[in-house]
Design a binder for this molecule. Structure first.
Ligand SMILES: [Zn+2]
Length: 411
């Protein structure tokens, strides 16, 4: 429940802003402005430190998408749920579909996702105040291959994921971890600051809003929303300008993000286009709005996540840096409670531990994988063992097993 407060914050901020901005700024336009001014900010300092060109032939890549925030089989791949996920339904025609993927761990968003990305069931703080207790896939990958920090990213809507990029074990840890970007938090922080600094008047002016956001932006990159590796040298204006142009174009274009997950998708796509990283975890989370009790908002979020996942797959198929060498793994990090004992309101929470909460699915696509499906049960912790094998690295002691059907097909 507590995690959903972030969505509430977003809503409250928007509601709160309405009396101030309603005469000059629509919500969409305001998000555009706010987004525009965080464009610089979502690019870390170290990006300026070197001229950048994506690796030409980087071998296999893996993108893991948590179709996330908690979603049940009944609203997705059940016969009655398919209408909510037209893109995933289409993708299944070229995917290996695992009908039974089980989360046997703690049913919080952080622990569930950390279990996926470490290969061990995690029991750390539910809200991300502790990093995962065992090394992450990012650390195995970076330490063994020697690839740099541009090659491993976590892009997350969930605010509590800032520690998701590396575990707490001493011989691994942050030097080998992933860049963690929380795009929605950057936006919320910017909006919040504007509201606080302009309590009564003087903000119903678009230029003033823009100016205020730029002031926030110029305060530095080290606020909420980033856990990054720093190199601290001089700016590379070409990289800066290229990315900023792309961001502004997107934010002001027809695809302008109006939800946390849309912003997360957009940043993911920019990172893919500009840096071509070989390993990415994308955390979608909007559908956790279900905690607030609106079934229709929950369904809307599922359909939006479906659309964004479809767009991500399109990007993989059309981007020469990813096409034919990327394995995409899509799975909900957890389900939600069943309706049997809760008067049809099971969707509200994910704490019962019943099958509706634990039993979800996994879709694997790309890089040689052809259509198929299996009842063989797999688990969330199998993802790290599988991805490590795809990337050609070894894991430490993990409880998950490589998913042989994927490895057998992967080109
Ligand atoms: Zn939740």
């Amino acid at each position: 429940m507590r995690e959903a407060l972030i969505d509430a914050t977003m809503m409250l901020i928007c509601v709160h802003l309405r009396p101030i901005f309603m005469f000059t700024l629509s919500k969409r336009r305001f998000v555009q402005l706010a987004g525009l001014t965080i464009a610089n900010r979502i690019l870390p300092n170290w990006l300026w430190a070197r001229p950048f060109s994506p690796p030409e032939d980087s071998g296999r890549k893996v993108i893991i998408v948590t179709f996330g925030g908690g979603v049940r089989y009944s609203e997705t791949f059940s016969p009655e749920g398919l209408k909510n996920i037209p893109q995933l339904a289409k993708m299944r025609a070229e995917a290996l579909f695992f009908k039974s993927c089980t989360n046997a761990g703690v049913l919080s968003h952080f622990n569930s996702t950390a279990s996926i990305i470490t290969g061990n069931w995690q029991r750390v703080d539910d809200f991300g105040f502790q990093p995962p207790a065992s090394p992450t896939l990012f650390e195995y990958y970076r330490k063994q291959t020697g690839v740099g920090p541009l090659d491993a990213w976590v892009i997350a809507t969930n605010k509590s994921f800032s520690t998701m990029g590396a575990g707490s074990e001493r011989e691994w840890g942050l030097p080998f971890g992933a860049n963690v970007v929380l795009p929605k938090q950057l936006l919320l922080e910017a909006v919040d600051d504007v509201v606080k600094k302009n309590p009564q008047h003087g903000v119903a002016n678009r230029d003033n809003v823009l100016h205020q956001l730029e002031v926030i932006l110029n305060e530095g990159y080290e606020g909420v929303g980033w856990t990054i590796f720093k190199a601290g040298r001089q700016l590379d204006h070409h990289v800066h300008n290229t990315l900023t142009r792309g961001l502004i174009g997107f934010i002001n274009g027809p695809e302008a993000p109006t939800s946390g997950d849309e912003l997360t998708f957009f940043i993911t796509r920019e990172v893919m286009r500009e840096f071509g990283p070989r390993l990415i975890l994308v955390n979608f989370w909007d559908m956790d709005v279900a905690h607030w009790g609106s079934y229709s908002l929950y369904l809307q979020a599922i359909t939006r996540t479906d659309r964004l996942t479809g767009m991500l797959w399109e990007e993989i198929r059309s981007n020469p840096n990813y096409k034919d060498k990327t394995t995409l793994l899509v799975l909900p990090e957890l389900g939600r409670d069943g309706d049997l004992n809760t008067s049809s309101n099971g969707f509200l929470n994910h704490r019962s531990g019943d099958p509706s909460c634990r039993n979800v699915w996994l879709l694997a696509l790309g890089a040689g994988i052809t259509r198929g499906e299996t009842d063989r049960p797999i688990q969330h912790v199998d993802v790290t063992a599988t991805a490590a094998a795809l990337l050609g690295v070894k894991t430490g002691a993990v409880s998950g097993k490589p998913i042989r059907e994927i490895l057998n097909q992967a080109a």
